[in-house]
Write a protein that binds this ligand. Structure first.
Ligand code: GSH
Length: 224
């Protein structure tokens, strides 16, 4: 039975046709790409530009009614929501390589993913990164009040992740997990802002973790 399952997974790896729709700069697109790159799986990246409204076109809304990226196409079947995509890919292509087998660690992984979705993404990316890195490139000036108000919620979320993480060297221990693939893209941007100091002042484990994962070849590849 085990051999049969292993054979099927190997076959899927060879036969499945994967297309990721999204903007390469998107953190969630990078989450999915990090998993695919680390799994060594072939895929096609099809650009859907969230900066010029292409994600709101009728063509893209037919794939993802919320107009968010990424969407994954698996042999003609569409899948959206990064949590669903990464857990699907981890199951069928990576043989659960990126989710801990220990039930509590697996719950920690989902807890970190949920914290990022619910409490970190909006203040860190939606406010600090947009105001510091995007608004100035469009000729605007960062809204200092918005940035200032976003620091505390980011600290709360990162402090929570710090207290849940093993961080030796990866978030949940010796192996990369989906939790790393969620947090890395946020740090790629947050580390380029002046608020990185203040938001990670109480997270020494995350700083050490970032110094390590920042060097991974695939992190450089998806950031390019
Ligand atoms: N819940 C979605 C969130 C994805 C998301 O927020 N993607 C952002 C880019 S990182 C996006 O599509 N933004 C475009 C927009 O909101 O119009 C998921 O898990 O995939």
């Amino acid at each position: 039975m085990l051999i049969t399952v292993g054979f099927l997974i190997e076959n899927l790896k060879i036969m499945v046709k994967l297309t990721v729709y999204g903007t390469p700069a998107s953190t969630y697109v990078r989450t999915v790409r990090l998993l695919l790159e680390e799994a060594g799986v072939d895929y096609t990246l099809k650009g859907v530009d969230i900066f010029n409204g292409e994600n709101q076109s009728a063509e893209y809304l037919a794939k993802n009614p919320f107009g968010k990226v990424p969407t994954l196409e698996v042999d003609g079947q569409l899948l959206y929501e990064t949590g669903a995509i990464t857990e699907y890919l981890d199951t069928v292509l990576a043989e659960h390589k990126f989710s801990p087998s220990d039930p509590m660690l697996q719950a920690r992984m989902r807890q970190i993913m949920a914290i990022i979705d619910s409490y970190l993404y909006a203040p860190a990316i939606g406010t600090i990164v947009v105001q510091r890195l995007i608004v100035p490139t469009q000729g605007g000036k960062a809204d200092e009040e918005k940035v200032k108000n976003a620091v505390a919620p980011v600290q709360t979320a990162l402090n929570a992740i710090e207290s849940l993480a093993v961080a030796s060297p990866y978030l949940l221990g010796s192996e990369l997990s989906i939790a790393d693939f969620y947090l890395i893209p946020i740090f790629i941007y947050l580390s380029q802002t002046p608020e990185f100091e203040a938001t990670t002042a109480q997270t020494p484990k995350l700083r050490t973790w970032w110094d390590k994962v920042n060097q991974l070849e695939n992190v450089k590849k998806v950031s390019a």
